[in-house]
Write a protein that binds this ligand. Structure first.
Ligand code: X2X
Length: 334
């Protein structure tokens, strides 16, 4: 081999050797959320972006797009948009993703999870892993859990303490048809619409009520949209999931995958702790604005549980019997 050839060959080898360095180039990824950083949900995404920037020395940027703007406000399309590559990553809700991931309906089964310990027993154990596996099977790499929180029921009409009080109540819901089944079982008149449309519909009186975590009620000022009555019925909790499109994920180096995943975990834990810690103050601020807040007695709670049993019958086969059993076992043993 003459010297020229040798030089050309070693240059080629060097550039091959440099490939991992190339993979470490500066990158920007889109991250979709439904709620902005005025809410714990958006703060989870901002925290993730902040940690990733810090830990990658500014090499990786996560650009957060709130208000489901990457899917024109149609939050139930977020999962499929991520799968098809329109969105790189998301901090998404199990409710919104349940339209494409039937297993994510687990968390929407009415009155399944009585408290935070029950939520954690699911997400941190076998049932949570089964939900993650179902997500992965559909083209999204799940990275970590966050939390939108326990969803409470508000309305403009009056105090709600029993299923009979919901008769004919027009309630805005989102997600899979499970929500229609729950509210129909209670005698209400549910209608599906995105969050973007919900506040205007409440303001004009097109719908009477809605269900959302206290933080969402508070920050969105639902009280100004005629929501003067709030029932703390904790009927479901909506965990958030940090996820990435498989297409994007598979192109990252293992080190960057670990960095993103670890940062998602830390941001999720930070956000879960923060939003739980803020609940009492949030409830106080809602009360201070003149909203009537009603807690249910155990008997009243039981009447709602009994009235919604048919939802289990219909949805357990769709969610998966094994998954529901794993979740119930985790709750019993929490
Ligand atoms: O639309 C809602 O109710 C919200 C913001 O809580 C979700 O995206 C599930």
């Amino acid at each position: 081999m003459n010297i020229k050839k040798w030089l050309a060959l070693s240059a080629a080898c060097l550039s091959l050797g440099a490939a991992p360095v190339f993979a470490q180039e500066t990158r920007e990824f889109s991250v979709s959320t439904v709620l902005s950083d005025a809410f714990p949900w958006g703060q989870a995404a901002s925290k993730w972006a902040e940690l990733v920037k810090e830990r990658s020395d500014g090499r990786i940027t996560l650009k957060v797009y709130p208000n489901a703007q990457l899917v024109s406000g149609d939050q139930t399309r977020e999962f499929s948009a991520m799968r098809s590559g329109l969105i790189d990553m998301a901090v998404g809700s199990t409710i919104n993703w349940s339209t494409q991931v039937p297993e994510a309906n687990l968390f929407s089964l009415p009155f399944l999870m009585p408290d935070n310990a029950a939520v954690d027993a699911i997400t941190q154990g076998k049932a949570g892993q089964m939900v993650f596996d179902a997500i992965e099977k559909r083209g999204i790499v799940p990275l970590a859990w966050g939390e939108n929180g326990f969803r409470e029921l508000s309305n403009s009409r009056g105090t709600l303490t029993q299923p009979a009080d919901l008769k004919g109540l027009k309630v805005r819901v989102v997600g899979s048809p499970l929500f229609l089944d729950t509210f129909n079982a209670l005698g209400a008149n549910p209608t599906q619409m995105s969050w973007t449309d919900a506040l205007p519909a409440l303001t004009t009186g097109a719908v009477d009520g809605q269900e959302n975590p206290l933080s969402v009620f508070d920050v969105a000022r639902a009280d100004r949209a005629n929501q003067k009555h709030l029932t703390l019925w904790h009927y479901m909790n909506d965990p958030l999931i940090f996820g990435a499109s498989k297409r994007v994920w598979s192109k990252l180096s293992t080190a960057d995958q670990q960095l993103l995943k670890r940062a998602a975990y830390d941001a999720g834990q930070w956000e879960i702790a923060k939003s739980r810690a803020e609940l009492d103050a949030t409830l106080k601020s809602i009360r201070d604005r003149g909203v009537e807040v009603t807690a249910l007695t155990p008997e009243q709670h039981q009447a709602f549980v009994t009235a919604t049993q048919g939802v289990y019958k219909k949805w357990i086969p769709k969610i998966g019997e094994d998954l529901v059993e794993a979740a119930q076992a985790a709750i019993t043993n929490r």
